[in-house]
Design a protein. Structure first.
Length: 217
């Protein structure tokens, strides 16, 4: 019942999002065509439901071939590979909006563990790997809320790669918490907190609403 209701809510939300945000989508697509490298969307291979690979949709924000240069899969706050307009899209999170296409296709949900590249997925323990994607990956989730400043945290570290790897044990605990507490109520709260965090990014409401969240060591 929960899965059927979740799917119905997903389709309702993405339909509303597409209608309300079409005035945003169209200008962004035009600007990307005019100022980027003539690519509007970027499709990236990620680990998804039941650990099967799929391609996530995003607005293109980086130069072509960026994954093979610089810090590779790690994107820093002032990464030179990010285009000028791409920097705005990333900070505002507008670059994530095309993932509504993934939700329509059914390989993502609105709420769930974030889908990762294989190199990042491999940083998880076997326990996390075996459980995390028993739920469909989501556009947002508890990990996304707690680590909404992940790019900033990594960028300010002396060793970005070491910092990137160090956050995964805790992130894994958070995603396991979601797997154990997934419900319509939890999903609605996460959607609300995600919207609230876009307007007020420095809040700590997630810990206030979910008092049993695992705490970082």
């Amino acid at each position: 019942m929960y899965k059927l209701l979740k799917r119905a809510i997903d389709l309702l939300i993405v339909t509303i999002v597409l209608i309300l945000l079409s005035p945003v989508f169209i200008p962004v697509m035009i600007i990307l065509l005019l100022t980027g490298e003539h690519e509007v969307f970027y499709l990236q291979k990620r680990v998804g439901y039941k650990n099967k690979p799929f391609y996530i949709w995003k607005f293109a924000t980086m130069q072509k071939g960026s994954s093979k240069i610089g810090t590779g899969e790690i994107t820093l706050r002032n990464d030179p590979r990010v285009t000028r307009f791409g920097k705005f899209l990333r900070i505002s999170k507008i670059n994530e909006l095309p993932q509504v296409i993934n939700v329509f296709k059914g390989n993502m949900s609105i709420v769930g563990p974030r889908p990762l590249m294989q190199v990042s997925f491999d940083l998880y323990t076997d326990e996390v790997k075996n459980k995390i994607y028993n739920s469909k990956p989501g556009i947002t989730g508890i990990g996304s809320l707690i680590f909404r400043d992940e790019e900033k945290i990594i960028s300010e570290a002396k060793d970005p790669r070491k910092m990137y790897a160090s956050i995964y044990p805790y992130k894994g605990e958070l995603e396991l918490w979601y797997c154990e507490h997934a419900s319509t109520y939890t999903d609605i709260l996460i959607i609300f907190l995600t919207a609230w965090s876009i307007i007020f990014p420095h809040n700590h409401l997630a810990n206030a609403f979910f008092k049993d969240l695992p705490q970082k060591d």
